[in-house]
Design a protein around this ligand. Sequence first.
Ligand code: DX5
Ligand code: ZN
Length: 221
Amino acid sequence: MTTHLIAPSILSADFARLGEDVANVLSAGADIVHFDVMDNHYVPNLSFGAPICQALRNYGITAPIDVHLMVTPVDSLIEQFIAAGASMISFHPEASLHVDRSIELIKNGRCQAGLVLNPATPLSVLEHVIHKLDYVLLMSVNPGFGGQKFIPHTLDKIRQVKSFIQHRNPHVKIEVDGGINTQNIQEVAAAGADMFVAGSAIFNQPDYAAVIKTMREKLAS
Ligand code: DX5
Ligand code: ZN
């Protein structure tokens, strides 16, 4: 039995009242907080860093914080996010000179470790590290911005990753990120995803609970 986790991306939250907005989306039924870190170097956009993660913890957010690092280099930020209360940390392999070392850093910090594959990144990057990973984050848009359209080819890729992990490390979860909404979440789940990142689909609606409820109904059917 698969447990499906809904992970709102706070990139689309109200930054002026972030703690309250994150608390609201969790009360509305979200499972984990997806925290997109952008550096205007690895991706052409700038978001927020570890002090904001720490601020959410200080505000009283206890849900898992799922840090998605779109930065290069990655290791110094991994250390900062471990100290700031992250629960899960993922990074893009091409952004790290030593992928195995970056994974070890995350694991040594007692966080779950994930590797992120862009739409054009081949599965071969998983070959020698899959036994160390807790999850694979599959990008269903090119990283850098919220509100983009889901790339349909991702569905095939989810199925390929699902088959790959079933043979090598079935404990690995699949998270999918980008363009997920109430219309496509069912087919993303059917392809094999366990965790669903949704930014604009949730935060751009006035009633978060209604969107999350619809998502859960689609996941259950
Ligand atoms: C893109 C980010 C995503 C994005 C999701 O680089 O990693 O998490 O903000 O936002 P939506 O759901 O609006 O595509
Ligand atoms: Zn993300």
